[in-house]
Ligand binder design. Structure first.
Ligand code: ADP
Ligand code: MG
Length: 247
């Protein structure tokens, strides 16, 4: 199976004066195209550090990382920024939308950085909002949207560059349980319908059940890697089963 992520002996040490924290200690893992991975583990186990390295937001102290076949552990900062914009989409717990900017303009931002012309930007941003069920709110500002709607905007923004990999750090951490299930439905639809590979950090066991594979971190080490049995399907996934996910 083709791999989107190959990580070998990845380590991260934070040094602050006298204090030395080994946040990651020799992680080896492969993530195949089309996987939907949930990363679990106690607070402080290294989940966010690992996701930030996968997302090229941080560099490992040692070890290798190939993203979509590219050895990003050896790249310069400039090349890394380009790889990040082209290959990755991010979703965060607190949405990270620009406040004085409409939903559709927020979604357009990554296209602005990659130099897509204005009309094409708008068309692609609207299509991405459509895919997350928020086309009707395109002109709304974040303050006019619920948390779940803001997260849909953030997912649309993460998708607009057609990334190889979608990374999400506690994407449902600020949402109620009903809205969390809706967001998991969107991620499942993107995964099965469009074949987007997803790596998601969560500390909620019931949210991890929507993934296909669970990695468990403990004290900076990967201590378990298992398929999800009894996978949960979000209700709209069951209803839409067999239909065009963008339809
Ligand atoms: P998790 O996301 O699983 O809660 P983190 O990856 O955030 O864990 O943190 C792993 C360890 O690394 C923790 O001990 C944390 O305190 C430490 N750590 C994380 N980021 C930094 C940083 N920027 N500087 C120093 N220590 C850090
Ligand atoms: Mg974290």
């Amino acid at each position: 199976m083709e791999a989107v992520i190959v990580v070998e002996q990845l380590s991260k040490v934070y040094e602050m004066g006298e204090v030395r924290v080994e946040a990651l200690r020799g992680i080896d893992v492969r993530v195949a195209v089309g996987d939907f991975v949930a990363i679990m583990g106690a607070s402080g186990s290294g989940k966010s550090t690992f996701l930030n390295i996968l997302g090229c937001l941080d560099r490992p102290s040692s070890g290798r990382y190939w993203l979509d076949g590219l050895d990003v552990s050896q790249m310069s900062s400039d090349h890394l920024a380009v790889a990040r914009n082209k290959k990755l989409g991010f979703v965060f717990q607190s949405f990270h939308l620009l406040a004085r900017t409409s939903a559709v303009e927020n979604v357009e931002l990554p296209l602005l950085y990659s130099g897509v012309p204005r009309r094409a930007r708008r068309a692609r941003a609207l299509a991405a909002l459509h895919a997350t069920g928020l086309a009707a709110r395109a002109e709304h500002y974040p303050s006019q949207l619920s948390g779940g709607q803001q997260q849909r905007v953030a997912i649309a923004r993460a998708l607009v560059n057609a990334p190889a990999l979608l990374l999400a750090d506690e994407p449902t951490g600020n949402l109620d349980s009903q809205t969390s299930v809706e967001i998991m439905g969107i991620l499942q639809r993107l995964n099965t319908g469009q074949g987007i590979t997803i790596v998601m950090v969560t500390h909620e066991a019931d949210i991890a059940q929507y993934a296909t594979r669970i990695l468990v971190f403990q004290d900076g080490q990967l201590v378990d890697d298992r398929p999800v049995d009894d996978r949960r399907l979000a209700p709209d996934m069951e209803a839409r089963h067999g239909q065009n996910p963008l339809g």
